[in-house]
Design a protein around this ligand. Structure first.
Ligand code: NAP
Length: 557
């Protein structure tokens, strides 16, 4: 790669999205190269090696749909795949499709700048081991950096002074971490904390959980899959995949259409009890259709979970602290757990409610709250991410006129379909803000994005155009639509990462698109069928070098 030989495309990231995008563009005959900051493939599943890390989509559909042989061969063991298993899956895909040779690993992208005269993007990278810089130029950039990959690291006073180990769930060491005999703290009780807490508690001498906001959690009911179930899946994969693509959330199940508001108390309790026993998102999507849109309906589900906490947790004060009261159930991502509430019955586990006794300081020997000092050997930060916008803003993107993406998004992200932004031509975002990705079974959304982007670039090539840009009007209309749809739900009532509320100073608006995976897919397909309404396609980009040695597409002849 050199500036004299621009690539057709660069892709950033080697998780589900980056691997498929690179593969797809290569198959379509584009010159493409990928950059990945990790030393290997995996994305989220490379970094999230914390104890208990597991997917909350079931294994049968947390995979690519375009590899039918692998689909038949891949062992379907447990209901929810654990991190090592998913990482192994992605490593297998990379080997099968011979994708590693298309990537530079260990390369952090530090800047992506658009050169309007040349119609090219220049990427700057830094080798994470040697610090050596690199550059690449390309006509198209596709970001596949994930939505939850920029860690939120709260700045507690004195944090640097802690003499023990400090770990973040989203940046976990590759070597196993041994908690045996250790006094451990977990700060944060979102999905990551709720998965890690029972596993760490089983090993540590003592675990102190620092909870700022109590979370609703429902049992995952993880366990081995039986052979009949596996055979059924294998025999019907195309149909399951089809259903998932056209469903609201990328899951191949039909959501309930019954309303909690119409059901008697006895019916409601029977339904919630059955869903609790089934495990997983059935509690939210398979019980009643009005939980996330109707406050009274929501309260019935929330009360049921609070009742379960009372049943499970022996100490009444601890049970009270664990009961969420600050937001409607389902408006923060619902964690799926394995014995989370039960863990607080262990004699070696203490719950600290930070609303009662906030953290004042991290000291050399532990955490000091307003109630006193907790001596610790290790602190695990399960404090989440600067979701959706964070990973994109961290890339140092500058579009037309040198405008930094951060400045363009000062009031919040403005995208068209979550795929493109005005002022940033030829730059596409997989699972960007304004797409349904984080509200869905990720591989389904990722495949739709990748295929849509790949098709769009092919159409541009066929037409002989090479500058594709979302219009201001289309981005404004889509951004308004994303908010409008969210406002029909109870989501805006929660201080969630969906709303940007977990990061101080971040604009508050609903970041993903909640209209549904199937509807979104149809809408994107209609945009493509209309000849890419809402985009301008122009070019070919000409840059005459004075000797006339330029081809029609602006490349050196
Ligand atoms: P999260 O849901 O944002 O939870 C972060 C936790 O840290 C919250 O309890 C938050 O409290 C707390 N926190 C943040 N800053 C704090 C501070 N300054 N002081 C005290 N507490 C603080 O992050 P996450 O658990 O990593 O999960 C993020 C998302 O990743 C999930 O919602 C899910 O989409 C995905 N995920 C999925 C899985 C899975 O597939 N099973 C597993 C893990 C993660 P507040 O609530 O008060 O902000």
């Amino acid at each position: 790669m050199s500036e004299a030989e621009p690539l057709d495309a660069v892709v950033i990231g080697a998780g589900f999205a980056g691997l498929y995008m690179v593969y797809r563009l290569r198959e379509q005959g584009f010159s493409v190269h990928g950059f990945e900051r990790a030393d290997g493939v995996g994305g989220t599943w490379y970094w999230n090696r914390y104890p208990g890390a597991r997917c909350d989509s079931e294994i049968m559909y947390y995979s690519f749909s375009f590899l039918p042989d692998l689909e038949q061969e891949w062992p379907l063991t447990e209901r929810y795949p654990a991190q090592p298993e998913i990482l192994r899956y992605l490593e297998t895909v990379a080997s099968l499709l011979d994708l590693r040779k298309e990537f530079t690993f260990g390369a952090e992208v530090t800047a992506i700048e658009y050169d309007e005269a040349a119609g090219l993007w220049t990427l700057r990278t830094v080798d994470r081991k040697t610090g050596a810089g690199g550059t690449a130029t390309a006509r198209y950039v596709v970001t596949a950096v994930g939505c939850l990959s920029t860690a939120n690291r709260p700045r507690f006073p004195g944090a640097g002074a802690f003499a023990g180990a400090s770990l973040h769930t989203g940046d976990w060491p590759r070597e196993p971490v041994d908690f045996t005999g250790k006094r451990v703290a977990v700060i944060g009780t979102g999905s990551s904390g709720i998965q890690a807490i029972p596993v760490i508690a089983a090993q540590a001498a003592h675990l102190t959980v620092f909870q700022r906001t109590a979370q609703f959690s429902v049992p995952a009911e993880n366990g081995p899959l039986n052979e009949d179930m596996v055979a059924l899946w294998r025999a019907n994969y195309p149909e399951w995949r089809r259903r998932a693509r056209h469903s609201p959330t990328g899951f191949p199940y039909v959501p309930s259409i019954n309303l909690a508001a119409d059901a008697s108390e006895a019916e409601r309790n029977r339904t919630y009890e059955a869903a609790w026993g089934t495990g997983g998102f059935t509690f939210l999507f398979g019980s009643f259709a009005d939980i996330v849109v109707d406050e009274a309906a929501n309260k019935t589900a929330a009360d049921f979970v609070r009742g379960k906490i009372d049943e499970i947790v022996c100490d009444p004060d601890t049970a009270e602290m664990l009961k969420p009261r600050d937001f409607p159930i389902g408006t923060k991502r619902l964690p799926l757990d394995t014995h989370y509430y039960e863990t607080f019955n262990r004699p070696n586990v203490t719950l600290v409610d930070l609303k009662r006794t906030p953290i004042e300081e991290i000291t050399a020997t532990g955490i000091r709250t307003s109630a006193g000092q907790h001596d610790l050997d290790m602190i695990v930060y399960a404090t989440g991410y600067d979701a959706l916008t964070g990973p994109l803003e961290a890339l140092g993107i500058r579009g037309r006129g040198g405008l930094p993406l951060k400045d363009a998004w000062r009031e919040g992200p403005r995208t068209y379909l979550g795929l493109a932004m005005p002022g940033f031509p030829n730059l596409f975002t997989i699972t960007g803000p304004g797409s349904p990705s984080v509200l869905s079974n990720m591989p389904v959304s990722i495949e739709q994005h990748v295929e849509w982007i790949g098709d769009c670039l092919s159409v541009a090539r066929e037409r002989g155009t090479d500058v594709i840009e979302a219009t201001e009007a289309a981005a404004s209309a889509w951004t308004d639509h994303v908010q409008e749809v969210a406002s029909v739900t109870l989501h805006p009532k929660a201080a969630s990462w969906y709303m940007g509320a977990n990061i101080p100073g971040k604009p508050r608006l609903f970041l993903p698109y909640i209209g549904g995976v199937g509807l979104y897919r149809d809408h994107c397909a209609a945009v493509a069928a209309s000849g890419y309404e809402g985009f301008t396609m122009s070019g070919p980009h000409r840059e005459d070098d004075g000797d006339g040695n330029r081809s029609a597409d602006g490349r050196a002849a």
